[in-house]
Ligand binder design. Structure first.
Ligand SMILES: NC(=O)c1ccc[n+]([C@@H]2O[C@H](COP(=O)([O-])OP(=O)(O)OC[C@H]3O[C@@H](n4cnc5c(N)ncnc54)[C@H](OP(=O)(O)O)[C@@H]3O)[C@@H](O)[C@H]2O)c1
Length: 259
């Protein structure tokens, strides 16, 4: 298997680190010189990783081509690049539609959208794959869970979830800041919050993803959990969250409709 990556940024680095950790078999990984620091770092991890300067050379030497460029750069580059029928193209670009990628990568008919997350580096990433394909699924299963949306609309809704990573992390960052401000050791505070979220995740799984039950079970009548949840709900925190989820969906849909 010869894998080529256009763009050597955050997500490419995470995928490659995860692949190496998971001991996935591959003949060669070809990465772009851009970014220089990242490509050097990755190359030092395996003899099978090669750096090419030119995007067309990466494509010509690969069977699977991963598009890991930001939307504007991807649109610009794809206009100049030539694909062949043999290519399997996996686009990670959130706001370019499958239709647009298909047009740009003609005559290849094997075009997919994939949405892995940075936790792919520790093989703990849920990855959205659309349309469903056994080989692509098996590849990303090495990096964690794979979900296959039933249609493009569902695919867009799953991608909305990927927009919440930083907000989710920032919630924990605020709790951490609170503890540290109150003179708790930074590492102790971090370890406590890590176990807190890991335990919560386990509980959700144990309750078979009945989130409503978990939220209810975690509150004692007139207790401190109920006080916090009610206060934040009254301040429209969750209303705002829902509003922003809809806005992100609209942005993703608009980009897809334009393609
Ligand atoms: N990060 C995530 O969690 C995540 C998850 C799923 C999907 N995605 C999608 O994946 C794509 C990349 O995201 P990212 O977070 O990895 O972004 P990023 O860290 O900014 O990576 C983009 C890479 O493209 C390189 N680049 C810029 N112009 C180029 C060109 N003309 N030819 C070749 N390479 C070029 C950049 O190099 P320089 O640094 O030298 O400019 C950089 O290495 C985006 O479309 C994003 O929506 C990201």
């Amino acid at each position: 298997m010869k894998l080529g990556f256009l763009g050597t940024g955050k997500i490419t680095s995470s995928i490659i680190e995860g692949l190496l950790k998971s001991k996935t078999k591959f003949n060669q990984i070809i990465i772009s010189k851009r970014n220089v620091k990242n490509s050097r770092f990755l190359k030092n991890k395996s003899k099978k990783i090669k750096i090419y300067e030119n995007n067309q050379d990466i494509i010509n030497s690969s069977k699977w081509v991963f598009i890991c460029l930001t939307p504007k750069v991807a649109r610009n580059e794809l206009q100049k690049l030539k694909f062949r029928k043999k290519h399997i193209v996996i686009s990670l670009v959130s706001t370019i539609s499958l239709r647009e990628i298909k047009k740009s990568c003609n005559p290849s008919k094997n075009i997919f959208k994939a949405g892995p997350l940075p936790f792919a580096s520790s093989c703990k990433s849920p990855t959205i794959i659309y349309p469903k394909n056994k080989n692509i699924n098996n590849f990303f299963k090495k990096l964690g869970l794979v979900v296959n949306p039933k249609n493009e609309k569902q695919n867009d809704h799953f991608w909305v979830m990927t927009a919440t990573m930083a907000t989710y992390a920032n919630f924990l960052a605020e709790l951490h800041k609170y503890l540290v401000k109150n003179k708790v050791d930074k590492i102790n505070a971090g370890e406590y919050l890590y176990e807190f979220s890991a335990g919560l995740n386990e509980l959700i799984k144990h309750e078979k993803y009945n989130f409503k039950k978990v939220v209810s079970d975690l509150q004692t009548k007139k207790g401190i959990n109920q006080q916090m949840l009610n206060a934040l709900s009254k301040k429209n925190l969750y209303k705002q969250l829902n509003l922003q989820l809809k806005k992100i969906y609209k942005r993703i849909k608009k980009a897809n409709d334009q393609g």
